[in-house]
Design a protein around this ligand. Structure first.
Ligand SMILES: NC(=O)c1ccc[n+]([C@@H]2O[C@H](COP(=O)([O-])OP(=O)(O)OC[C@H]3O[C@@H](n4cnc5c(N)ncnc54)[C@H](O)[C@@H]3O)[C@@H](O)[C@H]2O)c1
Length: 392
């Protein structure tokens, strides 16, 4: 029986590791007792951010030291699967930042380890908890647009130059594709709103702007907020890109889901504005968001019109006006509750796997002449293990 006063480690003390601070806030009694980072700068950040925590150079050293019930993994994407598998084999509960992995094979390997060791695995798809996604979902659930048949997503990644092209995110060997790194949230939300999982994908896109910028260098000791600036405009004025830039900055994918819903997703990393726009079309109406944080609205059209910008109903989007700290706190609280009580969560590891599957195979398609790819099923025994882990 696991104690409700969890002892938790944070692995990878970079920009995202601050979510570890939420653990004791959302579940008093929880303590961050250890940090791991492979760099001296990261270990120093860990010692500063989590005073009193033991500091380790590797996950192996953390496991050997013992004494932790759970670990929050906030390392670069290509390390997720190996670190998660090691922890699960050691029966340490895992909060793994999205994406679950950078390939479908690795995603399935992590789920298999969780199933075989019967150890809690949770993937940090915090966007499911956001006000905008919940508002869209509630419209669908109330039946205001009938039965969902199509979902279209436009993703204006205005901060893309700063967020994704000045460190490891720009390097395929570390992210695979921005259709995982960035779009895994949205693919998951498409699945959530449509009530199905992608079974066929087609991708198209390329590196059309940032690949031409030649001012590049490493940024040792820095994390993303150190170089972020809204003054980096127009996009071609960005300097100090990662030495390797080989991920696409414009990507598009088409999806057919197992329940017959069709979906599309478009991502561009050099738009002037930074937000996501969803349109969900059902048999009796459609819903769309304007803004994706507190202060924005969701509008529903469910009568016949020509052009009618205001729609037939409007709902406010709840939550923070900037960023996603509210969703981050809900996500962490849900993980800790799941570890202690086994309570089902809003997102299951299976849903996280299906987001990886669609994104990874869309990138394969994009890089192979837009050939269609079919998503293989998760092995049944692994699927069955997670059958009661999600709320729906
Ligand atoms: N859910 C969200 O909203 C959200 C937001 C931002 C980032 N993220 C995710 O968080 C993860 C980390 O992103 P970031 O921006 O913090 O990266 P970062 O580069 O700022 O930090 C990564 C840290 O991990 C350390 N590290 C690298 N390999 C390691 C290893 N094998 N073991 C231990 N430490 C290791 C690095 O030294 C660095 O300190 C990514 O997977 C990203 O997708 C999620």
């Amino acid at each position: 029986m696991i104690s409700s006063d969890l002892s938790v480690a944070v692995i990878g003390v970079g920009a995202r590791s601050v979510i570890g601070l939420h653990a004791p806030e959302v579940r008093p009694g929880t303590r961050i007792t250890a940090v791991v980072d492979t760099t001296a700068e990261g270990r120093q950040r860990g010692a500063d951010l989590f005073p009193g925590a033991q500091v380790h150079e590797s996950t192996e050293a953390l496991i050997a030291a013992g004494g932790v019930d759970a670990a929050i993994i906030t390392t670069p994407d290509h390390t997720h699967a190996d670190i998660a598998e090691q922890l699960l084999q050691a029966k340490i509960a895992v909060y793994l930042e999205k994406p679950l992995a950078t390939s479908l094979e690795d995603a399935d390997r992590v789920l298999t380890a969780a199933a075989q060791t019967n150890t809690p695995l949770y993937v940090g798809h915090n966007f499911r908890h956001s006000g905008v996604v919940q508002a869209l979902r509630q419209v669908v659930q109330r039946g205001e647009i009938g039965e969902v048949k199509a979902v279209w997503v436009r993703h204006f990644v205005g901060n893309g130059g700063d967020y994704y092209f000045k460190d490891w995110h720009a390097d395929r060997s570390k992210t695979g594709t921005l259709l995982l790194q960035k779009a895994s949230h949205d693919i998951d939300v498409v699945h959530y709103l449509a009530g199905g999982y992608t079974r066929q994908v087609v991708g198209m896109g390329g590196l059309v702007l940032f690949g031409g910028l030649t001012d590049r260098h490493e940024r040792p000791g820095q994390t993303m907020p150190d170089w972020f600036s809204m003054d980096n405009w127009p996009p071609a004025s960005h300097t100090g890109l990662n030495p390797v830039v080989d991920v696409e900055d414009v990507s598009m994918m088409l999806m057919q889901l197992d329940n017959g819903v069709f979906a599309s997703y478009q991502q561009c990393h050099f738009t002037p504005d930074y937000w996501r726009n969803y349109t969900v079309i059902g048999t009796e109406g459609r819903v769309e968001n304007f803004g994706d944080t507190g202060g924005g609205v969701v509008r529903v059209w469910n009568r016949r019109h020509l052009w009618a910008a205001n729609g037939d109903a409007e709902y406010p989007i709840q939550g923070v006006v900037e960023g996603h700290e509210d969703a981050d706190r809900l996500t962490m609280a849900e993980f800790l509750e799941h570890v202690v009580t086994g309570a089902p969560t809003l997102i299951s590891p299976v849903a996280a796997r299906e987001a990886v599957a669609a994104g990874a195979l869309a990138a394969e398609s994009l890089r192979n002449g837009s050939a269609p790819y079919r998503v293989p099923d998760l092995p049944t025994d692994v699927l069955n293990h997670f059958s009661t882990s999600a709320k729906d």
